[in-house]
Design a protein. Structure first.
Length: 235
């Protein structure tokens, strides 16, 4: 049986022959050599390499979604990354969720200083917005909106609560991500296995991209829920 890389070697020989009989200059030559290197390397890969591996280095972008009608008309005076209480007030009602995330570009390079915003319902499914007719009954101890900035590694963290079902929609957290000097991505995060996901028209439009905005909370030793997300936006 021929060695596994026999085919690759023969391809490399044929490529070398072509090069020896063809003249390339400047940028044309550089591009040609890059393409040849990829062909030779790809031919050398074992046949058993999983299909998930690809020569494309680009990460899939996080899908954009509707902002929805309840983005804050005016942001609260306390708009930090801890939504579980307002200032030094009492803690909000609800199950605490610690949301860790990273903001990366398509090559996996982190964005430092990206602004990340989230807003959501309280434990009753009520928004802090005049358009929500129940807003007068909201939990006044909950912040509803928060902002964070990514560090040098592109990392951000929010401390919030698990949102409640809003009439007609599965549980979700709204998010905006604005890289320094870049365009704002508006999206929504959902919870794996949640009720109503299959019937929601916004979710259905996502298709396979739904996986990239789905949280899978796990219970930490502290009793709090923890989940993580990677946001990919163009540079």
């Amino acid at each position: 049986m021929a060695p596994a890389n026999a085919s690759a070697s023969s391809k490399g020989t044929r490529v070398a022959t072509v090069l020896s009989t063809t003249s390339y200059r400047g940028t044309e030559a550089t591009n040609m050599f890059r393409r040849i290197a990829i062909v030779i390397a790809a031919a050398s890969l074992p046949a058993s390499l999983p299909a998930a591996y690809s020569w494309a280095t680009d990460l899939p972008l996080t899908p954009a979604q509707a902002e929805g009608p309840y983005y804050p008309v005016s942001k609260p005076s306390d708009a930090d990354a801890d939504l579980t209480r307002v200032g030094a007030g009492p803690p909000a009602t609800g199950e605490v969720l610690v949301l860790d995330g990273k903001v990366l570009d398509r090559t996996g390079k982190p964005f430092q200083g990206a602004r990340v915003e989230i807003w959501q319902t309280d434990h009753q499914g009520i928004y802090m917005h005049p358009g929500d007719k129940r807003t007068g009954k909201r939990d006044m101890a909950f912040q509803f909106y928060g902002e964070a900035r990514t560090d040098a590694a592109g990392v951000f963290r929010f401390r919030t609560i698990m949102p409640a079902l809003y009439p007609g929609r599965p549980r979700h957290i709204h998010m905006k991500v604005t890289p320094p000097g870049g365009k704002t991505l508006t999206t929504q995060l959902y919870f794996k296995g949640d009720k109503g996901l299959t019937d929601d028209w916004i979710v259905r439009r996502l298709g396979k991209a739904m996986e990239r905005v789905t949280l899978t909370p796990a219970e930490a030793a502290s009793g709090e829920k923890k989940a993580d997300i990677v946001i990919v936006v163009p540079r």
